[in-house]
Design a protein around this ligand. Structure first.
Ligand code: TXE
Length: 487
């Protein structure tokens, strides 16, 4: 394959400098929409992690340790402004690295990256810690930074999820080491450039690129790292927790999901169809919050299935860099193979493919891309593997139910517990069902509406801990209670 663009070589960012990895080895980064080799990424190892931890530790005891809350908040605002100024550049990097449409990268990824920095600038300015008064004594809680924290992030929303961790960690005065996914390193590299430009002190913001079991593992094991904030797959989350345990790190784990979308016959039909299509196929189904498991009141199932099939077929699939494209490539050819494996499994398990279930026919160079059509499958038992295991792609299975109680049971019968959406015009039913679902977030008549203050995280195998607003600020700080006798 000939390259339409020069291959970019990126470096690690350690102690305020862009540096090659100790190994001098590089990993190829490809554009999944064309298969082109677009960048070389450092294949770093424990030596680079050691250097980054040392640089971050030096930064923590340097002038950064004396920065006031107001100074740190202003710094986050400057990063937000600089990201905004380079937004189109980052939109293009994100679209090429992930295969997502420019439209999504602009409206979701980079818009939210700016919002994350702005939000945490405001949040930390207004943050206050607790005081507890008791007879004869007063307690107050001081919050101090943890020190060096590692932020390990996945490929589906690279800048969005990294900034969701970087912003609160810096807000509370920590030094960060980012480990972006080796599949999508380009926007976190751009964030390092931006951090440097706007005056983040050397060593406060570091990026070490490389493979999870090499760099990620070394960060989890390093005694100098005080906390790990991880977003990624559930199996990897278990490895992270195990590697971090011997050194008693704080760990926040945002993991996978198999989120139910629960549609009752009394829903607002047209709004529900639009909402379910978004929940099913946004970002090519590669959002941990996507609803892969569609539970529908039996009387509505045929009509809803027909409308969703029509909507899925109308999604414009193709070149992510075409401004009209609404459905791009999967993140990699390997990931598409995983999705194809699950659709084959669904067929074996007795499912009927209502639409999709195959690669689209596209012209060069996108005929080499990791594209897969939005897919809807009916007729599977709700306990089938394809209906209960996370696929993380544009594949939705439909399951009819007869009663509210049955809907709740089916929603809860998976091992994940990240989110759910409920579609009904009966408010009492919405409250009742929401209360009974074993998930961290319930949306009613909406999906992915995000107030950045609310607790965000999962139950069961979807993770540990909550992020967002004060939950993030608390995670990235150590509480110390001071108790003063008043008599
Ligand atoms: O993610 P990984 P993968 C799910 C989805 C997907 C599956 C695997 O089902 O198919 O996970 O995807 C780093 N120690 N999600 O393999 O491996 C890795 O380098 C420390 C859900 O791409 O979890 C990357 O930076 N770190 C999800 C990050 O972990 C390690 C988003 C995530 O990669 C490591 C993505 C190790 N041993 C996938 N191994 C969500 N919840 O949003 C890997 N990493």
């Amino acid at each position: 394959m000939t390259n339409r663009h020069a291959v970019q070589r990126i470096d690690n960012f350690v102690g305020g400098q862009f540096v090659p990895p100790a190994s001098t080895a590089w990993l190829p980064d490809t554009d999944p929409a064309t298969g082109e080799h677009i960048a070389d990424v450092p294949r770093s190892d424990a030596r680079d992690v050691n250097d980054a931890v040392s640089a971050a530790q030096r930064a923590c005891v340097g002038p950064w340790g004396g920065w006031t809350v107001a100074e740190r908040a202003d710094l986050l605002d400057r990063i937000a402004t600089a990201v905004q100024a380079r937004a189109e550049d980052l939109v293009l990097l994100e679209a090429r690295d992930t295969g997502k449409p420019l439209h999504t990268a602009r409206a979701v990824d980079i818009a939210r990256t700016v919002a994350n920095f702005r939000f945490f600038a405001g949040a930390v300015r207004h943050y206050s810690s607790d005081a507890h008064s008791m007879p004869g004594a007063l307690n107050y809680t001081l919050r101090r930074p943890l020190g060096v924290v590692a932020l390990i992030t996945p490929w589906n929303l690279p800048a969005y999820l990294a900034s969701w961790k970087i912003a609160p960690a810096l807000a509370m005065g920590n030094a960060v080491i980012c480990k972006p996914s080796e599949l999508t390193p380009l926007t976190v590299n751009a964030l390092a450039e931006i951090a440097h430009e706007v005056g983040v002190p050397d060593g406060v913001f570091n990026v070490v690129h490389g493979l999870g079991h090499e760099v990620g593992q070394a960060l989890c094991e390093h005694p100098g790292v005080k906390a790990i904030s991880f977003t990624g797959g559930t199996a990897t989350g278990a490895l992270v927790a195990a590697a971090a345990a011997p050194t008693f790190k704080k760990v926040s784990l945002e993991l996978g999901g198999k989120n139910p979308t629960i549609v009752f016959a009394d829903c607002d039909f047209d709004a529900t169809v639009q909402g379910v299509l978004r929940a099913s196929f946004s970002n090519q189904g590669q959002v941990c919050l996507c609803g892969e498991r569609l539970l529908v009141e039996r009387s509505l199932a045929p009509r809803l299935t027909e409308a969703l099939v029509r909507g899925a077929r109308a999604l414009r699939i193709g070149d992510p860099l075409d401004p009209d494209t609404r459905f791009g490539a999967q993140v990699s050819h390997d990931h598409r193979a995983k999705i194809e494996g699950y659709v084959a499994l669904a067929r074996q398990e007795g499912g009927t493919v209502e639409c999709g279930g195959k690669r689209p026919i596209l012209v060069a160079p996108h005929d080499q891309g990791a594209f897969y059509e939005p897919t809807i499958i009916s007729g599977l038992a709700s306990t089938a593997r394809a209906a209960t295991e996370e696929i993380f792609g544009p594949v939705v299975t439909i399951h009819p139910f007869d009663t509210d109680a049955q809907a709740v049971t089916m929603a809860n019968e998976v091992e994940y517990g990240l989110s759910a959406s409920v579609w009904t015009s009966n408010l009492l039913r919405a409250h009742r069902v929401a209360e009974q679902l074993d998930v961290g977030t319930v949306w009613v008549n909406t999906w992915l509406t995000r107030d950045l203050r609310v607790p965000f995280g999962g139950m069961k195998r979807s993770g540990l801990g909550r992020e967002g607003g004060r939950y993030s600020l608390e995670f990235f700080s150590e509480a110390k209670n001071v108790c003063i006798a008043l008599a």
